[in-house]
Design a binder for this molecule. Sequence first.
Ligand code: C2E
Ligand code: CA
Ligand code: CA
Length: 586
Amino acid sequence: MFGRSGYLAGKGPEGTGRDDERASRRSVFGYRRGRSRAERTYRLLFADHPRPMWVYDLDSLAFLDVNDAAIEHYGYSRAEFLTMTIADIRPDEDLEALRESVRNTALIDRSGPWRHRIHDGTLIEVEVTSHITTFDGRPARFVMVDDITARRVHEAELRRRALYDELTGLPNRTLLLDRLNRAIESTDGTSEVVAVLLLDLDRFKLVNNGHGHAVGDRLLQRIAVRLQEAVGPENSVGRIGSDEFVVVCEEMSTDAAALAAAARIEAALSEPFEVDGVEVFAPASIGVAVADSGTTGEELLRDALTALTQAKERGRARVEVYDVGMHSGAVSRLQTDRDLRHALDRDELRLHYQPEIDLRTGALVGAEALVRWAHPERGLVGPADFISVAEETGLIVPIGAWVLTEALRQLRGWQREGAGPPVVSVNVSVRQLGQPDFADEVRRAVEGAGIGPDALCIEITESSLLEARTIATLRRIHAMGVRLSLDDFGTGYSSLVYLRRFPLDFLKIDRQFVAGLSPQSQDTSIVSAMIDLAHALGLTVVAEGVETEEQAALLQELGCDLGQGYLWSPAVPAGELGDSISPTRR
Ligand code: C2E
Ligand code: CA
Ligand code: CA
């Protein structure tokens, strides 16, 4: 159709140069300019039209006329345009497509998207509507341009948002699942497997509450970067929940390799983050699942979640690998939740009491109330099997209320008989402390039982101290005269210095430290330091899980005040408390 070469090289072929004056002689519509009616039509339909339009010579591809919108939009002057061919506004790599389209003899044609080069060199994306016409008696094509660049950018942005997490720029759940499924497919028939690591920050809420959401957001961004560095570019990292990240490890050969990746992540997160001048720790729990043949991405994620839940239950900041047994564990948790809801109504909960002993005198100074569930089929179920479920579902709130009332009722009974321990300790979970009226509940329980407030001791864990709003509740409870004890000390994150801010009376050293006691062990120096610092803060120290005479003797030597453990007695029903204390240590 166009025999002469050179047009498509975009180098302003000879013979197409026209000047403004010549171009303005005739309009697209074949009217001479300057005539009133024709002029009006011309202005309306072409010259003043808001869309860029032009006519080009079908043979030479030279622009024959352009409207003002084209001049404004493309940045070439009219004179420049009229020295150019349409090949000049097309990027070189599009010229083949241009040849095709020029050969298209359809009278009216809509096509695109095409790319056009505007005066400053930028490429825009356009769709064009064109039809064949004649201009000055020569075959020509009339073109109207629709610039879709902004729309395409917008569409790309929408696509990006649908697939990526706004805050960290990481793939979101949708994109991650897609990659995961592809990865699983690609390992089909090979010896390779895909592993998923699901990671949940252990204390992100505390960061948000304590330092504000801005710090929380920046922490998540830093974590995203560290995770990607830790697992390398060949593995995908995504964010699928506020503080939940996923790593898809491809081309793993074994569980061990997946565990090694998890260990690298743990190591990467063990270093503190510095966010806005604040040092923040971001320990995480990790659930690992490795794909079996026929597993889908969804199933793999679900298995990783089951493993993650287990990691959380087993004390957080740890890694668990999914195995089939866990799934039945998850099912039985559901069952537990259902049964537990009836346990309260059916009066199936029981309290056992474990004595607390003065290490120096051997006197019974208190008892800790520990809940049990007299399950109609399973027998006496320990708190380890249902407290975490109750905490998850919130059932711990009514259960805890029952424990408090029941323990105080029992204490009142002992007082009437002139027997039993002078003080009873009750465990209170973070969930309960978070209830806005918890302090009032305690006041009502104490008043209702008719005991002195100092005969009640409430045991809280370190995680409770990290929740900002519980401080006020603790202060109110303490102001009533109720004692406060910090349980499981040493397993959480708080430092002794931090404890100064809280109105505490007792500190219970976790039994794992007590178990490690022997004259030269490292645990002994840790326990010794804990005792000294606690005393410096005016706290009475209780050692938990004392099982042997040696431990008791060593603790006494280190200055520990009270002890609790199987050496004296396990937790027993109220009626057996006095009998159970071994006479040798009394
Ligand atoms: P905890 O508050 O640390 O309670 C002490 C646990 O250590 C008890 O386990 C007790 O039986 C056990 N123990 C006592 N002496 C020894 C010993 O010499 N050696 C060893 N190895 N263990 C000893 P239990 O009764 O199974 O309670 C487990 C946890 O369940 C408690 O840990 C507490 O966190 C929670 N819990 C128990 N009752 C309640 C409750 O009424 N409310 C809440 N929120 N949590 C409770
Ligand atoms: Ca306790
Ligand atoms: Ca404890």
